[in-house]
Ligand binder design. Structure first.
Ligand code: SAJ
Length: 431
C-alpha cells in the first residue's frame, strides 16, 4: 500500500515509520519545513525510545519520504493535534486543514483514517470536506477513525501490542482499516462505528483523569488529617478491586488534561464529575506553589531549584506540563528559580533549563522534585552534584525519595500528601 501520513508528531511519526518498516511505501507530510528537513536527513525531532533507528533505516531504504505536501496514495492517515481553546472548547482547526489538504489527491477506492483524538462526531463531520473531491464517502472512498492509544515513552511497543479500536463509517471502511493495521498490530482489532470509537478513546483518558483527581484530593485530605497519603494508598491498593493512582503536582501532556473537556463540551449538563476532576487537577500546581511558600517563608529572597519540567518521567515533552505551571506560579510569587531537566533543553517561562543538576542546585535554598525522572529516584543525599545547595530543604511532590535517608543526611523533607506528624518528625517505616 502507498500510505500518506499527515502530521509527523509524537503519534504520526512513529506510526509512519512502523508502516514503512512493514512493507508499505509511506509519504510523511508535515507543514513545518524544519521537521521535514530534519526527518529527510534521517534525524529525529522528538524524543521517543526506539524511533530514531527505525526512522534512519526507512529513510535510507526509501520506504519513508517526508515532504511538505501530500500526493496521491491508497490510504491517508490524519494524525494532527486536537488542542483545546482557552475556553476548553475543542480546536479542530488542524484536523480540518489536514482533511482539506488531501482533497485534491483523493481517488476512488482510497481509505481515509482519522487518528487524532477527537470529540464525538468529528470523523463523520469530515464527510462534506472530503466530498469536495467529487467522490462519495461510503461509496467511492472509505472513512474510519482509529484513535491512537499509545503511551509516550512506550509508543513503539504499544503500537504493536495494544488492542486497537477501529470505528468505520461503514462496515467495509472498518474492515479495510483493520486489514491495514494488521500489518504491525499484534493486539486485538476491535471494530465498531466511528463515533463510538471516538467516545471510547475519550472515556479512557477521562477515566484516568478522574482517578488522578481522586488521588490528588486524597492527598490534600491526608495533609489535613495528618497521615501519609502514599502509605494509605499502598494499603488501600491491597484490596483486590482497588487501584488508586498517584497524587502529584497536576496532570499534563496533550491528552489527559485536554480530552475530558471534549466530553464536557459535547454534553455539559451530564458531565459534572468529569468537569470537577479537571478543576481539581488544574488547581494542583497552585496548591504545590502554596506548599512551597509555606516551607520557604522563613528564608529571605529564597532561590528554589526545580527538578523536572517534563509532564511525566523520562520524556522530553513539556506540553501542558504541571511542572511548568508550578514554575510560573513560583515565578509570579517572586522566587528566584533554577531549573533542571536533563531531557529537555527548552527555555521555560523565560528561564534557562540546566542539563546539569549541579548548576541548578548551586546556591539554592530548597529543591523541589516536580517530575519523577528516573535519575531523581536514584539521587542520594550525598551526591556531589548537590554540594552547592545552601539550605538542605527537599520538597518531594512525586513520592520519589526515601524520606528517612534524606532526613538522616540532615535534610528537611516535605512531601506532598503527607501531613503532620510525619511532615515534621520521622517518616513512616515503609518496610
Ligand atoms: N499522572 C499522575 N498520577 C498518576 C498517573 C499520571 O499525576 O498516577 C500524571 C502524569 O504525571 C502526567 C499525566 O498524569 O502529568 C498524564 O500521564 P500518563 O502517563 O497517565 O498519560 P499520557 O498523557 O502520557 O498518555 C495517555 C495514555 N492514556 C491512558 O493511560 C488512559 C495513553 O495510553 C494515551 O494514548 C495518551 O494519553 C493519548 O494520546 O491520549
Amino acid at each position: 500500500m502507498k500510505i500518506a501520513v499527515v502530521g509527523l508528531g509524537y503519534i504520526g511519526l512513529p506510526t509512519a515509520v512502523m508502516f514503512a518498516s512493514h512493507g508499505h511505501e509511506v509519504i510523511g507530510v508535515d507543514v513545518l519545513p524544519e521537521v521535514v528537513e530534519t526527518l529527510a536527513r534521517g534525524d529525529i525531532h522528538i524524543e521517543e525510545p526506539g524511533v530514531a533507528p527505525v526512522l534512519k533505516s526507512v529513510v535510507e531504504s526509501g520506504s519513508f519520504r517526508p515532504q511538505l505536501l501530500p500526493e496521491k496514495a491508497d490510504v491517508f492517515i490524519l494524525s494532527v493535534p486536537t488542542p483545546s481553546n482557552d475556553d476548553h472548547s475543542p480546536n479542530l482547526g488542524f484536523v480540518t486543514k489536514a482533511a482539506e489538504s488531501i482533497v485534491p489527491y483523493l481517488e476512488p477506492g482510497n481509505l481515509v483514517i482519522l487518528e487524532s483524538t477527537s470529540p464525538p462526531g468529528t470523523t463523520i463531520g469530515l464527510i462534506p470536506t472530503l466530498e469536495r473531491s467529487g467522490l462519495k464517502v461510503g461509496v467511492d472512498i472509505y472513512l474510519a477513525h482509529s484513535p491512537e492509544r499509545v503511551l509516550p515513552g512506550r509508543i513503539l511497543i504499544e503500537l504493536v501490542e495494544n488492542d486497537r479500536v477501529i470505528g468505520g463509517y461503514t462496515l467495509e471502511s472498518a474492515q479495510k482499516a483493520a486489514d491495514l493495521y494488521r500489518s504491525f498490530v499484534q493486539g486485538g482489532i476491535l471494530q465498531t462505528d466511528a463515533t463510538t470509537a471516538e467516545m471510547a478513546k475519550l472515556m479512557e483518558n477521562t477515566f484516568r483523569d478522574v482517578n488522578i483527581a481522586l488521588a490528588n484530593e486524597f492527598s490534600r485530605i491526608a495533609e489535613r488529617v495528618g497521615i501519609d497519603v502514599n502509605e494509605a494508598i499502598r494499603l488501600a491498593n491491597h484490596h483486590p478491586r482497588v487501584n488508586i493512582l498517584n497524587p502529584g503536582p497536576g496532570v499534563g501532556g496533550h491528552c489527559i488534561a485536554v480530552d475530558p473537556w471534549f466530553i464536557v463540551d459535547s454534553a455539559p449538563e451530564e458531565s459534572t464529575l468529569i468537569r470537577t476532576a479537571r478543576v481539581v487537577n488544574d488547581a494542583q500546581p497552585g496548591y504545590v506553589a502554596d506548599l512551597v511558600t509555606r516551607i520557604v517563608s522563613g528564608i529571605e529572597n529564597p532561590t528554589v531549584a526545580v527538578l523536572g519540567l517534563a509532564y511525566k518521567p523520562d520524556v522530553d515533552d513539556i506540553r501542558e506540563s504541571p511542572s511548568v505551571e508550578v514554575v510560573k506560579h513560583l515565578s509570579r510569587l517572586g522566587y528566584r528559580l533554577r531549573l533542571h531537566d536533563s531531557h529537555t533543553r527548552s527555555e521555560v517561562a523565560g528561564m534557562p533549563v540546566y542539563g546539569e543538576l549541579s548548576e541548578a542546585v548551586s546556591g539554592a535554598d530548597a529543591m523541589i522534585i516536580l517530575t519523577d525522572h528516573r535519575e531523581y529516584h536514584r539521587l542520594e543525599p550525598d551526591d556531589e552534584n548537590l554540594s552547592g545547595i545552601v539550605h538542605r530543604i527537599l520538597i518531594d511532590t512525586r513520592n520519589c525519595v526515601n524520606p528517612n535517608l534524606w532526613r538522616d543526611a540532615g535534610y528537611a523533607v516535605h512531601r506532598l500528601g503527607v501531613g503532620a506528624p510525619f511532615m515534621v518528625t520521622e517518616g513512616p517505616d515503609f518496610d
